[in-house]
Ligand binder design. Structure first.
Ligand SMILES: Cc1cc2nc3c(=O)[nH]c(=O)nc-3n(C[C@H](O)[C@H](O)[C@H](O)COP(=O)(O)OP(=O)(O)OC[C@H]3O[C@@H](n4cnc5c(N)ncnc54)[C@H](O)[C@@H]3O)c2cc1C
Length: 459
């Protein structure tokens, strides 16, 4: 195969990297994915999934997903649109056709498995392909999430008990007397909201939450610099004065930045997806919450957990939402000797990180320089992980923000949550946010760094 780049994985990461690369360099890309098309895990996601963040922060640099629309009706009226699965997958297939294959510089090899050693094979025809030594390999699946539809339950399942991945809850033929929702993350909250919206009595839901999550207030994670930078200024100001991480999160809750479902329980989990206040109110109607650790096994009429056992209805449907959607693998230099491994660069926002990596790859020759500009951050999990993510993200942003062309590019890209778009009117609110950030960012990040090192990472 004659290609300059072999990109393994055509999910959000591979697409964002490739889009920015071909936008800024005249190169040929072979895009390989074992799935039947582009879009990655979204091709097998549960049907009622939506982005938890604004569509504007998701996708590729060249094309804004959803065109920046603001919701005019419903519980999130006034907030930016959050694309659902059909919108996300059609966005990616349009991008592939119009911008990538259409440019003649990208070829997709769908249904192909990358085997390593510059070789991939078609699962359909058996045809094997090999790329030349000069071709750069891009590993765009390093942080690929596990998803319920493709994950076995992480607990034992006895005879005669129904355990389903969340995808299948939409095709049940008969309503059980009880749903057991398993998981503490965004997928579990989506499943609960979906069941409640279809008239399931909150008392018919048993929610197994091995850990209590902190979640970000969606109204403050919006593509509006005054709102987003205002939120971040509040966050680092609070961090600078925080005696401990648990105290900081309680302070962030008071500031309206963080939500917890049950105010009588102190969460230990901070993957921090966003949540709408309307969702919070609905989730609080579910009283039957099981906090006995992870499930060891499910049998007819009973859950056995790490710290105890709970009776459930004999006909209960156990809805597994516990697949690990946010991988925490070691941070490695994005430019390695043999492979480029895109990872988040800011705190979160993986699409921006992948796009920035594509832009830097297209515009620079020296890998040491590229690694200086794109230092990987990590994802949150424990409170200490969350603090570390913000410290790494702030340092990386300072590094790439100091480079004039990278700064100009990242300010022109809607994927960048902290950007001030060219020509944006500086309102008094934005002015205030910027001056507070200037004053409090160094001390806030230094304190977060200290706390991330001194706070035990509770799994
Ligand atoms: C339900 C859900 C909701 C989310 N919502 C958001 C959100 O709102 N905002 C946000 O920023 N992030 C969100 N995320 C985080 C999400 O992980 C990332 O945003 C992103 O979609 C991850 O994409 P990826 O390309 O890294 O992985 P994937 O989408 O999994 O793509 C990796 C691809 O690599 C392919 N692959 C793997 N191994 C091979 C091989 N050997 N050969 C060939 N192909 C291979 C796989 O088939 C797959 O298609 C969400 C995650 C989940 C699970």
């Amino acid at each position: 195969m004659d290609a300059d780049y072999l990109v393994v994985g055509a999910g959000a990461t591979g697409m964002a990297f490739t889009d920015a690369l071909i936008d800024h360099a005249d190169v040929r890309v072979a895009l390989v994915d074992r799935r039947y098309g582009v879009g990655g895990h979204w091709l097998a996601a549960y049907p009622f999934v939506r982005l938890h963040q604004s569509s504007t922060f998701y996708g590729v640099a060249s094309t804004v997903l959803g065109g920046g629309r603001i919701q005019s009706t419903g519980p999130e009226a006034g907030l930016h649109e959050r694309a659902d699965q059909p919108k996300i997958t059609s966005y990616y297939s349009d991008l592939l056709a119009d911008r990538m294959v259409g440019s003649g510089r990208v070829e997709l090899f769908a249904g192909c498995d990358y085997l390593g050693e510059r070789t991939f094979v078609s699962r359909v025809s058996g045809q094997r392909y090999e790329v030349a030594e000069r071709c750069r390999i891009v590993d765009a699946r390093y942080l690929a999430p596990d998803i319920p539809a493709e994950s076995e339950p992480r607990f034992g399942v006895g005879d005669g008990v129904r355990v389903i991945p969340v995808n299948e809850v939409v095709s049940l033929e008969e309503a059980p007397s009880q749903y057991v929702v398993v998981g503490s993350g965004k997928t579990a909250t989506d499943a609960c909201i979906w069941l409640l919206a279809r008239g399931v009595d909150p008392d018919a839901i048993c929610w197994v939450r091995p850990r209590e999550p902190w979640m970000l207030n969606r109204a403050l994670i919006q593509p509006d610099p005054a709102i987003y930078l205002g939120m971040f200024a509040d966050l680092v100001q609070a961090a600078g004065a925080a005696p401990s991480l648990p105290d900081l999160f309680l302070r962030l809750e008071e500031l309206g930045i963080m939500h917890r479902i049950d105010r009588s329980v102190t969460p230990t989990m901070a993957k921090a997806p966003t949540l709408g206040t309307w969702e919070l109110e609905q989730l609080r109607t579910i009283q039957h919450v099981v906090r006995l650790g992870h499930i060891a096994s499910v049998r007819r009429g009973r859950l056995d957990l790490a710290e105890g056992s709970v009776a459930i209805a004999d006909d209960a449907v156990v809805v597994d939402c516990a697949a690990d959607g946010l991988k925490r693998l070691p941070r490695i230099p994005i430019w390695g000797p043999d492979v480029i491994t895109p990872q988040p660069v800011r705190a979160g926002f993986p699409c921006f990180g992948a796009a920035l990596t594509g832009y830097v790859e297209a515009t620079r020759d020296d890998d040491t320089d590229k690694n200086r500009l794109c230092q990987p951050s990590s994802y949150g999990n424990s409170l200490a992980d969350w603090a570390r993510m913000n410290v790494l993200g702030a340092r990386s942003s300072a590094a790439f923000g100091a480079e004039p062309d990278v700064k100009a590019w990242s300010d022109s890209v809607a994927l960048n949550p902290a950007r001030i778009p060219p020509g944006y009117a500086v309102t008094p609110a934005l002015d205030d946010a910027l001056s507070r950030l200037q004053r409090s960012l160094p001390a806030g990040i230094a304190r977060l760094d200290e706390l991330s090192r001194t706070t035990p990472s509770v799994p």
